[in-house]
Design a protein around this ligand. Structure first.
Ligand SMILES: [Zn+2]
Length: 113
């Protein structure tokens, strides 16, 4: 049910922004979702459609962009993205790192009237 909360938050954020911009209809919303966010796009889409009924977002299409996991090597401070679950630093081959990105959920853009 995590996605239901997330969908509701997205709708609330957009509605508050839109009332300032004074637009009538939203056609699409593009979201950036980190691989570590634990959000399933299909599930989020479902709740978004259900919860946006009778709002300015009704029938708006959701688009998703995946954000990769980003880490910083603790040995050499190199920052890199994780690909194919390979966590070794490409610079010094260390496997010590901390995560600096990949859990984000952001609204990137919207198509409005
Ligand atoms: Zn390194």
């Amino acid at each position: 049910m995590h996605e239901a909360t997330v969908a509701r938050n997205i709708i609330e954020v957009i509605e508050s922004e839109i009332s300032i911009a004074n637009c009538k209809k939203i056609y699409s919303v593009k979201l950036r979702i980190g691989e570590l966010s634990g959000i399933y796009p299909e599930s989020l889409e479902y709740y978004f459609y259900e919860l946006s009924k009778n709002t300015i977002l009704e029938n708006a299409k959701l688009y998703f962009e995946k954000a990769p996991i980003k880490v910083k090597c603790t040995a050499c401070s190199a920052e890199f993205e994780i690909q194919n679950l390979d966590y070794d630093c490409p610079n010094c081959k260390s496997s010590q790192y901390h995560i600096i990105g990949g859990d984000e959920l952001e609204i990137i853009n919207m198509e409005v009237e």
